[in-house]
Write a protein that binds this ligand. Structure first.
Ligand SMILES: [Zn+2]
Length: 282
């Protein structure tokens, strides 16, 4: 991508929740943010390499691996993305940025990267909630989350012209909106539909709350559990859009969103999604 004028986001997965992840009812490869001269792979979960191949993303071009928290649906392929980024650990390049337990390991989860892989990159960094770092010309801020991993974070990426927010996992909490002001695109992990909430995860009622308070140019929902499949996520997105007047998109596996000259467009709509367990578990 040329000279800081475009943003391209490719969704290598839109699945979340145990049943969806284990059975791969939706893919779980994380998402790719190309902004200015950088390419970030965010939360490369199970199948990230295979999905990158499927959706035409050359992972050798990744310049940063960004991980919100050490739950396996967010990091399972992370070391393999290091190998791709460093051409098989032959060339020291790229950065790793993550919440504290991603790098150090926590009480319940181990550190995501081996010393070998941490050593393979130019720089790795723990980013605590509210803290900011910079890689190339992009500022990356960590936002707090209300989720099982208390050291987990969301992120805001701020390039020359655009600002992209990512809630990561977690339920809406009072004041969350102040971290995501003025986003062009806000990516929200929205596990469930409204009226069917689950602790420490967002449902579409809460997503609506966050969207109406932050007013991004567009919001994208992903990380869907079984209750969001078979067209439900699309209905929830349409409901949020109607209630808030803000464009809201239910992501599909392989969907590509671009910002060109301030215009946000879906340049690839991605797969049909909405997998079913019928006949699969027999
Ligand atoms: Zn999680």
């Amino acid at each position: 991508m040329k000279s800081g004028k475009m943003v391209k986001i490719t969704f290598l997965g839109t699945g979340g929740g145990r049943v969806v992840v284990i059975n791969q009812l939706r893919a779980t490869g994380g998402w790719i943010l190309e902004m200015d001269d950088q390419m970030f792979h965010i939360d490369p979960g199970p199948g990230a390499l295979a999905r990158a191949r499927e959706y035409g993303v050359p992972l050798r071009k990744v310049t940063g691996i960004i991980i919100s928290h050490p739950h396996p649906d967010h990091y399972a392929d992370a070391e393999m993305v290091v190998e791709a980024m460093t051409i098989g650990v032959n060339k020291k390049r790229g950065v790793i940025i993550g919440g504290k337990n991603v790098i150090k390991g926590g009480e319940k989860h181990r550190a995501v990267f081996s010393p070998y892989h941490l050593n393979a990159v130019e720089r790795y960094e723990i980013l605590e909630p509210g803290k900011e770092t910079k890689t190339s010309n992009i500022k990356i801020r960590a936002t707090p989350v209300k989720h099982g991993d208390s050291e987990g974070v969301g992120f805001v990426f701020e390039g020359e012209r655009n600002r992209i927010g990512y809630t990561s996992d977690g339920e809406y909490f009072d004041g969350q909106e102040k971290y995501f002001t003025n986003c062009d695109v806000l990516v929200i992990n929205c596990l469930r539909p409204r009226g069917d909430s689950w602790p420490e995860h967002m449902d579409s009622e809460q997503a609506k709350e966050l969207i109406v308070k932050t007013r991004p140019k567009a919001a994208v929902l992903k990380h869907f559990g079984t209750k969001m499949l078979r067209g439900v996520a699309e209905k929830e997105a349409a409901w949020i859009e109607k209630e808030t007047g803000i464009r809201t998109i239910a992501a599909r596996d392989g969907m590509v969103l671009e910002i060109k000259n301030e215009k946000i467009e879906i340049s690839k709509s991605g797969g049909k999604g909405g997998g079913s367990l019928e006949g699969f578990l027999k």
